[in-house]
Write a protein that binds this ligand. Structure first.
Ligand SMILES: Nc1nc2c(ncn2[C@@H]2O[C@H](COP(=O)(O)OP(=O)(O)OP(=O)(O)O)[C@@H](O)[C@H]2O)c(=O)[nH]1
Ligand SMILES: [Mg+2]
Length: 491
């Protein structure tokens, strides 16, 4: 009968060493938390408090903490005892909440180092132990790492849902589908020549694998949003020289990121700022203004960099000078906005980056007309085609523009939800893509079911293996060290 032995599950591991580290942030603070985990975590409490008995589990008690050799009182703080398996790591653990001064922390860390079998933890070691002890899977561990690095509200939300197991649940459900499909195939292999099997067995198996393959494809294409939310939306300000790109960059950043002068070609480099826009992370680039003719090699290099940034951008803020637009408008016979955009972007040599041949946008783009304060009242009517008409000098239209930017960020990142959590890392994409490849290859073999069924089962096994790698049911020490080294010490 079907053998499940290729599923290598991690059973609870017993580590010999007991590790400790400062788990709260570095530097002076009100309260610092030192965490200890491993077989001697209880001993740590006994050595530092000189008590015979351990405190009641999970109850904070205020105790004097003493040097394990001299008995000198180093500090007074809360002591907590978490016997295994009811702790973060799944091991015996203890926690000391002490005064957050640098010398106090060092004194306690030195004291712990004197206790036999205790050593300082390496980065991510607590979480790694939690993983080995089945407290969390790899996607949850990654979520935890992201939660510690989250800088915006929606990054926090996405990471938190992941620590809660939202991705894990989806991937485990998919694994169940594959395990059951494999069981069907095994039944078919073993019995179809000798016994009467359910007539729908093959059809049902194919249907469930097809459904799964559709779900994974959808998850992969939606995943691009989660990746943007995790990494930040690369947003590039682009346009002719002197149109006010840097002025707008400074407004969006709320600080003088770039130099602004009345001279054309002021900005030479790509300047970058990371912003939190209504909870969405934005990596904003101000760039060198584009013009076709320049003999200045520094400016030319700036322009090359602008083009590169534009190619890599998720969102383009294309800035146009109102007065320049009016000049075009008054001379134009068609007065067609798309004609203007073609003319403008062709002049700047970025038409091919922004537009497909049929004049649809390749990238998300907001077209902004700046310096509206210089436009006469009766000319304002000619700007109706612009979504955003602003003045960086008077701030007119800037709030509306911010709203438009937020809408675009929503579109690009989506909103993380419990029901439809998004994959968000290259690691996820790699394994899911491989999994899908095996499933598609399986589905394409449909015609040769009878002669090929053993071979087909192997394809499902390979697909399942990718999901196992994703959740860490099957993994290598090498991969784990890459994931856990992202963590700080004490987590
Ligand atoms: N009247 C008016 N002047 C503006 C406005 N925005 C910017 N300026 C002025 O336009 C000039 C150019 O502004 P920048 O922000 O340096 O323009 P830029 O597009 O970054 O220019 P480059 O870096 O040379 O490509 C400066 O003198 C700004 O003060 C505006 O809304 N109205
Ligand atoms: Mg500039």
């Amino acid at each position: 009968m079907f053998c499940y032995s290729f599923l290598r599950h991690y059973s609870r591991q017993v580590f010999q060493s007991t590790i400790f580290a400062l788990s709260s942030g570095q530097g002076k603070c009100g309260v610092a938390v030192i965490r200890v985990s491993g077989p001697c975590a209880g001993n740590a409490i006994k050595h530092l408090t000189a008590a015979q008995e351990l405190p009641q589990p999970r109850r904070a008690t205020l105790q004097k903490l003493k040097h394990p050799h001299s008995g000198e009182v180093l500090d007074k703080g809360l002591v907590l005892w978490f016997p295994a398996p009811h702790s973060f790591t799944g091991e015996d653990s203890s926690e000391f909440q002490i005064h957050g001064g640098v010398a106090v922390i060092n004194a306690l860390l030195n004291a712990l180092g004197l206790i036999p079998n205790l050593r300082l933890a390496s980065p991510g070691e607590f979480t790694k132990r939690a993983f080995y002890n089945g407290k969390l899977d790899l996607t949850q561990a990654e979520g935890l790492s992201d939660l510690l690095s989250a800088e915006t509200e929606l990054q926090r939300k996405q990471a938190f849902l992941q620590t809660e197991g939202c991705l894990k649940n989806i991937y485990n459900d998919w694994k169940k589908v594959l395990v059951s499909a494999l069981a069907n195939l095994e039944a078919y292999i073993d019995f179809h020549e000798t016994e009467v099997l359910d007539a729908d067995l093959v059809t049902n198996t194919m249907t469930s694998v097809r459904q799964l393959s559709g779900d994974i494809s959808k998850h992969l294409s939606n995943g691009i949003r989660g990746e943007r939310l995790r990494n930040g939306v690369k947003t590039v300000l682009i346009g002719e020289t002197n149109v006010g790109k840097s002025s707008l960059a400074n407004i969006l950043c709320n600080r003088p990121l770039s130099i602004v002068t009345p001279l054309h070609g002021t900005t030479r480099d790509v300047l970058e700022a990371t912003l939190d826009v209504a909870g969405y992370p934005m990596i904003l680039n101000d760039t060198a203004g584009l013009r076709s003719q320049t003999s200045d090699i520094i400016e030319q290099e700036g322009i090359n960099r602008t083009i590169k940034a534009c190619e890599e951008a998720n969102l383009i803020l294309l800035v146009v000078d109102c007065e320049n637009y009016l000049l075009w408008y008054k001379e134009s016979k068609t007065k067609n906005f798309l004609n203007f955009l073609t003319f403008y972007t062709q002049n700047l040599n970025i038409f091919h980056i922004l537009f497909d041949k049929d004049l649809t946008f390749k990238k998300e783009c907001i077209i902004i007309a700046n310096k509206v304060d210089l436009v006469k009242e009766n000319d304002l009517i000619h700007f109706q085609a612009f979504k955003s008409v602003i003045s960086c000098t008077s701030m007119k239209g800037v709030d509306t523009l911010t709203g438009i930017i937020i809408d675009k960020l929503k579109l690009l990142c989506g909103e993380p939800t419990k029901e439809h959590p998004s994959m968000n890392q290259i690691r996820h994409r790699e394994y899911l893509t491989l999994c899908l490849k095996h499933l598609e290859s399986f589905l394409n073999d449909r015609q040769s079911f009878d002669n090929n069924v053993v071979f087909m089962a192997e394809k499902l096994r390979k697909a399942l293996r990718q999901l196992d790698k994703l959740t860490g049911t099957f993994t290598t020490e090498q991969l784990l060290s890459v994931i856990f080294k992202e963590f700080c010490i004490g987590k």
